[in-house]
Design a binder for this molecule. Structure first.
Ligand code: URP
Ligand code: ZN
Ligand code: ZN
Length: 468
């Protein structure tokens, strides 16, 4: 635990807009002041507990705007609970998650949201908010969307994929978009043509193509691009903003870029798995490829250059994890002999900040862009800024002391996510989270977990700053 007054001294403070050698004063869980390390103001902060950050970066806690703790999917549940998943987030320097509450078909949004509150309440290590997955667009549900926006659930995910589960047809999507255009909510879209994909799935299975790699082949890049294009046009017709989740295909990036060139309020995220992994992983032998089954799917590595470029040019604004872990043993194995039965999703909430720092080391991103896409932009996009995502007076004291020179090897043996494999097993990374403060409380202290379940609070969100 930290005292009510803490000063983080001597680090390089990196935000989305600045890099400055500065000391950070924390009082009562908030950033009280940031002042140049050699300033008289910083020297006057004498009656505080000191955290020495010499040689380290001092950065805002990460904001992961796309996680699925305990998601029911493919006949099983994502293996991280809110307790284990948010603890792993803290280990990885992420101090806020926005998870997806699910409305099942026939259910009210309220019932789905209440169920997700019950899962998370009192269990989280770091702060959390909710988006709402809308699976059943009806008149009463459209009215509920207005109420949820007022309450701080200001974004709604719709699916053009997964017929019979989460899928909405174009008419339902249009109606939800029209509602969002009236109430200020942000529609998040899973943009894949699920109807066409299901035809290709049946054809592949009938031809005896049952291995995990066929998951990538049937979920064709053009079917991501087509759905992205359609979602953009529907949003235009509705006069609504649009945020496309887990973008992986360069053709889908091109659709977003074209829309943004027309000044449309269209935004997108990608995820570390699309930046660092590829169809080569899906093709790993002995069913190991199942570890990499997610949707949208991993793409051939040639797509990665377009994703990195879009992150630099701001055609993509956010990197989230889509953390949705399933153990290889007993969960991914449900799809042996039929790739369509492999539960979709990858673990990653603990790895995002480090992988993106590696992108800085490798020259894909600047340090400030790292903080922009991992902290500031997701906070702004989802109505959490400036409370989250930056280090400025008045912000929550969610702070990471980051050692940019530490070397680590990623492994399931040492990670803290509740999943029996790592998608990045054996990868060498430069940089590591050293110490993490959540609202001024030290939850990770130089390699030791000092947090607790229940420290994390639910955070109602405002409207997206990108639409103001
Ligand atoms: O494979 C994925 N992405 N699983 C989680 C559900 C979703 O579509 O985001
Ligand atoms: Zn999705
Ligand atoms: Zn997801």
């Amino acid at each position: 635990m930290s005292s009510p007054r803490t000063v983080i001294r001597g680090g390089l403070v990196v935000t989305a807009s600045d890099e400055v050698h500065a000391d950070v004063l924390v009082e009562e869980g908030r950033i009280a002041a940031v002042a140049a390390s050699d300033s008289s103001a910083a020297r006057s902060w004498t009656d505080a507990e000191v955290i020495d950050a010499t040689g380290k970066y001092v950065i805002p806690g990460g904001v992961d705007a796309h996680t699925h703790m305990e998601l029911p999917f493919g006949g099983t549940f994502a293996s991280d609970t809110f307790e284990t998943g948010t603890r792993a987030a803290a280990w990885g320097g992420t101090t806020t998650i926005v998870d997806f509450a699910v409305q099942s078909v026939g259910q009210s949004l309220r019932a789905g949201l209440d169920a997700w509150h019950a899962k998370a309440d009192g269990r989280c290590a770091v702060d959390y908010g909710f988006h709402m997955i809308v699976s059943d667009v009806t008149d009463p549900v459209l009215k509920e969307m207005d109420i949820l926006v007022e309450e701080g659930v200001t974004s709604f995910k719709l699916f053009m994929a997964y017929p019979g589960v989460f899928y909405s047809d174009d008419g339902r999507i249009l109606r939800a978009m029209q509602r969002a255009s009236g109430n200020g909510g942000l529609i998040m879209m899973h943009a894949e043509n699920g109807i066409a994909i299901d035809v290709l799935v049946q054809q592949a299975l009938a031809a005896g193509k049952t291995d995990p790699r066929y998951h990538g082949e049937v979920r064709h890049a053009l079917l991501e691009a087509e759905a992205t294009h359609r979602a953009i046009q529907l949003a235009r017709v509705a006069g609504a903003p649009l945020y496309v989740v887990h973008v992986s295909a360069e053709q889908a990036v091109a659709e977003l870029a074209a829309a943004r060139d027309m000044d449309l309020p269209v935004f997108g995220e990608t995820c570390p798995q699309y930046l660092f992994l590829s169809t080569d992983n899906l093709a790993e032998p002995d069913f190991e490829g199942a570890k990499y089954v997610c949707s949208t799917p991993l793409r051939p590595s040639e797509h990665q250059a377009a994703l990195w470029r879009a992150l630099r040019t701001n055609d993509l604004q956010v990197v989230s994890t889509d953390h949705c872990p399933f153990c290889f043993a007993g969960q991914k194995e449900l799809g042996r002999g039929d790739f369509s039965k492999i539960p979709n999703g990858l673990p990653g909430v603990e790895n995002r900040m480090d992988l993106l720092h590696q992108a800085v080391v490798d020259g894909h991103l600047t340090r400030r862009r790292w903080i922009e896409i991992a902290c500031a932009a997701p906070a702004r996009m989802f109505g959490l800024y400036p409370r989250k995502g930056t280090l400025a007076p008045g912000a929550d004291a969610d702070v990471v002391i980051y050692d940019p020179h530490a070397e680590q090897v990623v492994s399931a043996r040492t990670h803290h996510m509740n999943v029996d494999y790592s998608a990045y097993e054996g990868r060498r990374l430069t940089g590591r989270v050293e110490t993490v403060l959540s609202r001024g409380v030290t939850v990770v202290d130089r390699g030791e977990y000092t947090g607790r379940a229940g420290h994390g609070h639910y955070v109602p969100r405002g409207l997206s700053s990108y639409l103001a």
